[in-house]
Design a protein around this ligand. Structure first.
Ligand code: BGC
Ligand code: BGC
Length: 679
């Protein structure tokens, strides 16, 4: 009660002070309103209004469809496993290209994607339905259109969380929508609105923050930018989004991907649902169910989210008033007890509307028709699902649009590039943890030794979900429009002043004015990035190397500490830039660095890093640091998140700048437990 009153007072104060500054631009963008406190699922009103003409058309369409045609609409197949001709024959409602699916080839130009998108479109427009229902094509454009070779990639959401800037994030959403249009795509599985509690989770970087208010602020902005919505309307001009993963994916025990969330109902509503309230208010029309489970409460059954009628239907659709569609995650229905990858009455009856059944979609249609014929799924549920899908397609304007290659922006290769915007986002997202003796910014004339495995690696800068799912086997050639930090530094100070030695072997640091070390985490995605061992990796538990199950960078990536050891203590300042998908325990690396910058996974524009590290040509500060930690920074190897006891080393919101320097004392360097974290 007290907490709620306090929050309300804070909220009122925030509103009052914002009014006082007459809605000045920077304030509106970066002031994060406190998250309201909810006792029950709040009723949400979005900008998209019910349109009687649309509803009448939907009713007519649904009445005219056979059961098989309806189930076809409820099906999302993967391009690799469904030809356009099959999509036509089976009335498939949606196509996806998942993490590793490139129907026109991995490095296809936009023309290749457009050909594919046109083929599916034409198929959907040549069925024997009296009124053709256009197909919807979705991909994971989670930090720019990462499926499209040659596209500029933005910082991952964790970096955007460090900016707190909703206006910047909205512009990134709009730029991503343009990139998707170039390739003929109309649906992205973003934003991830997870409130991440345990950073051992391999998807930490896909979320904006551990702080629900930041998640609200930025996920709504990204949704607005992607959908192109700014006020009340009956349709939207941008791309369809999907708020994911509903619900509580960021709060699983031990940070296990697809794990179990033990939150109370009150915590689900008051913390984990915040990003859904905010994105639905912004207009979101699709919500992706989570692979994870909820423990439940007396009277409310727990279990896998895909089977939760209470959460998908009672809470989301009935109480919150969501009238778009719920999509299932990749083959997720197979995980429900009693279900297979193609047959799952539980998920349909729980409220899933569109089924991501990438490979076995044909059998899914047959099985679902059978379930309805046997009375295990009522026809009213099927009609409701199809109604929702058609409503979203109408609101997306699909019924009015020409084939993908003829739409505005299609094939416009210039729109794949958003380099100045991405570079600005990088500059805004970097967090300065340490800068002893004002080492930074460096002089332009400085002789710099660059070391570390991240210095000349676009795959490491881009992280997971970058022209690939895991993105572990990428090369710089995968990102032709990108610039590594090394290239950017050479451009800034002149190539003759820069020496690069990845492992720092056989070079004498003492011969330079400064050392720049770019270290950190190579890419990963989903469960493959979990720190606590996850059986989903299908690898045996790492016996004998349990230390890697902590957040200690020196244990996870000893090569980074080895490089720092070769260059530190030589009387030359070491500036460390950490590329990472999550906060890490970095006491040893901090002690060996005079300055320490967290760059997250910044994407293709290494120039944004160099912008902050060097003075301008006249010797003045060119750009100052503005990023602030979107997560607390761990003081020990097992301080894994917001539920961990003790003070963090640097709190949420921490970040130094040239204008506001600070001192960081020598740290204790206590090694993490060799047996891994206990909880
Ligand atoms: C797909 C991804 C998907 C993953 C699920 C991969 O093969 O390409 O899109 O997220 O499987 O496990
Ligand atoms: C992931 C989703 C993603 C989907 C399609 C799943 O494995 O959990 O976030 O949107 O694959 O690639």
């Amino acid at each position: 009660m007290l907490r709620r009153t306090l929050l309300r007072t804070l909220l009122a104060a925030g509103l009052a002070s914002r009014a006082a500054v007459a809605q000045a631009e920077p304030d509106r963008c970066t002031t994060v309103p406190p998250a309201p406190s909810y006792r029950d699922w709040p009723r949400v009103t979005g900008p998209l209004q019910r349109d009687p003409a649309q509803e009448a058309l939907i009713a007519k369409l649904v009445t005219g469809m056979t059961l098989a045609q309806k189930v076809g609409q409820m099906t999302q197949a993967e391009a690799a496993h469904c030809t356009p001709e099959e999509a036509r024959r089976f009335y498939v409602g949606s196509i996806l290209s998942g993490g590793n699916d490139w129907p026109a080839g991995r490095t296809a130009p936009p023309a290749g994607w457009l050909k594919v998108a046109d083929a599916y479109w034409d198929a959907s427009m040549s069925t024997d339905l009296p009124i053709h229902v256009p197909i919807l094509y979705g991909v994971d454009a989670v930090h720019g259109n990462q499926k499209q070779f040659g596209a500029t990639l933005f910082p991952h959401p964790i970096g955007l969380g460090a900016t707190r800037d909703a206006c910047l994030v909205e512009r990134i959403g709009a730029a991503t929508a343009r990139q998707l249009r170039v390739s003929g795509l109309d649906y992205t599985f973003a934003p991830t609105v997870a409130v991440v509690e345990d950073v051992r989770w391999g998807r930490t970087y896909e979320g904006f923050s551990s702080e629900p208010a930041v998640v609200r602020h930025l996920s709504a902005a990204l949704t607005r930018g992607l959908m192109g919505l700014s006020g009340p309307a009956t349709s939207f001009p941008g791309v369809l989004t999907s708020s994911k993963h509903f619900l509580g994916d960021g709060g699983t025990d031990r940070g296990l991907d697809q794990g179990v969330n033990s939150a109370s109902l009150q915590q689900l509503i008051d913390q984990h649902a915040q990003g859904y309230v905010a994105t639905l208010e912004a207009g979101a029309q699709s919500v992706m169910a989570s692979y994870s489970s909820w423990v439940g409460e007396p009277g409310l059954p727990g279990g896998k989210l895909h089977g939760s009628r209470y959460l998908l239907t009672t809470a989301l659709k009935e109480k919150m008033g969501f009238d778009g569609f719920v999509i299932s995650d990749y083959d997720a229905i197979a995980q429900l007890p009693g279900c297979t990858v193609t047959r799952c009455a539980q998920a349909i009856n729980a409220g899933v509307d569109l089924f991501m059944v990438p490979k076995h979609w044909r059998m899914f249609i047959a099985d679902t028709v059978d379930l309805v014929e046997k009375g295990e799924v009522p026809m009213s549920r099927i009609d409701d699902a199809v109604t929702r899908i058609l409503r979203v397609k109408l609101r997306a304007g699909l019924f009015q649009l020409p084939r993908p290659s003829q739409r505005a922006g299609a094939g416009d290769e210039a729109a794949l590039l958003a380099r100045p915007l991405a570079r600005e986002a990088v500059r805004r997202s970097l967090v300065l943890l340490k800068n002893e003796g004002g080492v930074l910014p460096l002089r332009r004339g400085a002789k710099v030794l660059v070391v570390g495995k991240g210095a000349d690696s676009l795959p490491m800068q881009c992280g997971g979900w970058s022209l690939g799912w895991q993105s572990t086997d990428g090369t710089n050639a995968d990102f032709p429009a990108g610039q590594t930090v090394l290239t950017a530094v050479r451009e800034a100070v002149g190539p003759e002043r820069v020496t690069f030695s990845e492992a720092a072997q056989g070079v004498d640091a003492a011969a330079f004015d400064a050392v720049l070390a770019v270290i950190g985490e190579p890419p990963y995605a989903e469960f493959m990035g979990d720190v606590a061992w996850n059986p989903l990796t299908r690898r045996p538990p790492p016996s004998g190397q349990a230390a890697r199950e902590t957040l200690e960078l020196a244990a996870r990536h000893p090569e980074d500490l080895a490089a720092l050891d070769r260059v530190s203590g030589k009387g030359v300042p070491v500036v460390t830039v950490l590329l990472t998908g999550r906060p890490l325990y970095t006491d040893r690396e901090l002690n060996r660095s005079a300055a320490f910058v967290v760059a997250w996974w910044p994407g293709t524009e290494g120039g944004g890093v160099a912008d902050l590290l060097f003075r301008d040509a006249a010797g003045a500060v060119a750009h100052d640091f503005q990023g602030r930690l979107p997560f607390p920074w761990p003081r020990s190897a097992c301080q894994v998140g917001t539920r961990s006891p003790g003070e963090p080393l640097f709190p949420l919101g921490y970040g130094l700048s040239y204008a506001k320097p600070g001192k960081v004392a020598a740290l204790h360097e206590t090694p993490g437990p060799a047996s891994g974290c206990t909880d």
